[in-house]
Design a protein around this ligand. Structure first.
Ligand code: ZN
Length: 193
């Protein structure tokens, strides 16, 4: 579930739609949470649906480490990649704003955590050009620092999405630091990236 202070906007023919911020969202805010309405399908279930459904998964789903396809039910499925993303993962079911976001900001994530390989031309100074599994290792210390700094702000900001956590105890544990942030390797699906 995407944060309520966001909306879908058309960008251009190459990128298509994207998710944009409509009201200020401070650093440390949960901007996406995996919720009970998101659809999870195993590789066998995806295959059983057959060819006509494949482009939908290719375009809108992301994949966990076991290659399950997760199809977000709301506009979260339109979130684009950036090599300088607005959100970073806190465990597998939460994405947190890693900087203060203003109305009009493009709400982006890093597709390396979503098992979506990508030739990137996001235009950021730190653009990696190729988004791949190795990023989870090579960028892990910088990513962890960015994420930890955001987590430290999380108790001081409104958390509209926290009630929708599938595992509230785990979500609270990660955000309070009582539960250690798992290694980024938990995201890696060897058959995808
Ligand atoms: Zn890039």
């Amino acid at each position: 579930m995407i944060h309520p202070d966001t909306e879908l906007r058309w960008i251009d023919e190459q990128i298509g739609y994207g998710v944009f911020v409509t009201k200020p969202i401070p650093k440390g805010t949960i901007v996406w949470i995996r919720c009970a309405l998101d659809i999870t399908m195993t590789p066998a279930q995806v295959q059983a649906l057959g060819e006509p459904y494949q482009p939908i998964f290719n375009h809108f789903a992301y994949f966990d480490s076991a290659d399950n396809a997760i199809l977000c039910w709301d506009i979260a499925r339109y979130v684009n990649h950036s090599c300088n993303p607005a959100m970073m993962p806190v465990g597998e079911e939460i994405e947190i704003a890693v900087r203060d976001l203003l109305p009009g900001d493009h709400l982006t994530c890093d597709y390396a955590y979503c098992n979506i390989p990508l030739q990137c031309s996001c235009g950021e100074p730190n653009c990696r050009s190729l988004v791949q599994a190795a990023d989870l290792q090579t960028n892990s210390s910088a990513a962890a620092k960015l994420t930890q700094e955001a987590i430290q702000c999380s108790s001081q900001v409104a958390q509209a999405l926290l009630p929708f956590a599938r595992n509230k105890e785990q979500a609270n544990g990660l955000l309070t630091g009582q539960q250690e942030l798992p290694s980024y390797s938990i995201f890696h699906c060897p058959t995808r990236l």
